[in-house]
Ligand binder design. Structure first.
Ligand code: GDP
Ligand code: MG
Ligand code: K
Length: 297
């Protein structure tokens, strides 16, 4: 660790699907943030810790900022707003292939009056011609006084090291908050639940992501070293239960197999995974149920 070591907290924000989780995974180099081509699958703050000799960046993968529609929505919004004032820098990711949209403008409105430096990250540059970037940059410059504007491809890793250096300029001098080998402070159970949820979202295309929650019921290491995990998938309606289970259990089996592969890679040991599906009506709007499922209210 160097003498003038820097450290700090950085929030990653942006509308759904701009590549926040992809960036976090690219930087941390491990699959910790849930990825999906469906919006709003990141509900909790997932921390990723990036450590070098010169600096340590603690990333907060903030839930999607959007006009709240339910208790869960308002909760996410509150988490996001508090985060803005607590961090040393904000990374605002946008998708250059899609262009500026209502969701981006809504976030810019929320950032007005925020004193924390905001770095605009133009993501998915692998999908546009370099010349197309100039007018996009001009549009955003008109809307907000960004501390930096950095074009990247989170997926391919282009310019991500430049982005990390830029972030370093905004961090105060400070110690390593976390050990160098720590990539996340979330318990393994939470990550396992997120991996299962990710498989459900990928495999059941017609479902609404918000209507699904996964709770890890049990997790224990057997005598033979195999880790047994029992998890419950909560859906809101019987029809959704049918979809998740599938014909003769085929869907649930596929979800289980894919999740097991990822969890085995993550934990580095053999996994025995048992899944149940339960209907819990309208859980999104009931605070006590949210607490049951581990949301910090
Ligand atoms: P989030 O909702 O902001 O967390 O977005 P995700 O990280 O889940 O990414 C949404 C989709 O965009 C995924 O299919 C990613 O593979 C894709 N994606 C993310 N970054 C890039 C990029 O730099 N280039 C391209 N072409 N696709 C990307
Ligand atoms: Mg995400
Ligand atoms: K600012």
């Amino acid at each position: 660790m160097k003498d003038n070591h820097k450290s700090g907290f950085v929030a990653i924000i942006g509308r759904p699907n701009v590549g926040k989780s992809t960036l976090l995974n690219q930087v941390i180099g491990q699959k910790i943030a849930i990825m999906s081509d469906k919006p709003q699958t990141t509900r909790n703050k997932i921390q990723g810790v990036y450590t070098t000799d010169e600096m340590q960046i603690v990333f907060l993968d903030t839930p999607g900022i959007h006009k709240p529609k339910s208790k869960l929505g308002s909760f996410m919004m509150k988490v996001a707003e508090n985060t803005f004032h607590e961090v040393d820098a904000i990374l605002f990711l946008v998708d250059v292939a899609e262009g500026i949209g209502g969701g981006d403008r809504f976030i810019i409105e929320q950032l007005k009056g925020v004193k924390t430096p905001v770095l605009l990250v133009l993501n998915k540059i692998d999908q546009v011609h370099p010349e197309a970037l100039l007018p996009i940059i001009a549009t955003y410059k008109d809307l907000y006084d960004f501390a930096e504007i950095v074009p990247i491809s989170a997926l391919q890793g282009n310019n991500v090291s430049t982005l990390l250096k830029q972030i370093g300029h905004y961090l105060p001098e400070g110690p390593q908050y976390y050990p160098a080998d720590q990539v996340t402070d979330y318990p393994e159970q939470f990550i396992c639940a997120e991996l299962i949820r990710e498989k459900i979202l990928h495999l059941t295309r017609e479902e609404i992501p918000h209507s699904i929650a996964v709770a890890i019921e049990s997790m224990k290491v057997e005598d033979n070293g195999v880790v047994s995990i029992g998890a419950i998938i909560f859906v809101e309606r019987d029809s959704q239960k049918g979809i998740v289970i599938g014909k003769q259990g085929a869907m649930l089996k596929e979800i289980g197999q894919q999740a097991r592969r990822d969890i085995e890679a993550l934990l580095g040991s053999k996994i025995f995974l048992e899944l149940w599906v339960k209907v819990k009506k309208d859980w999104r709007n009931r605070e006590h149920v949210l607490k049951d499922l581990g949301f910090r209210l």
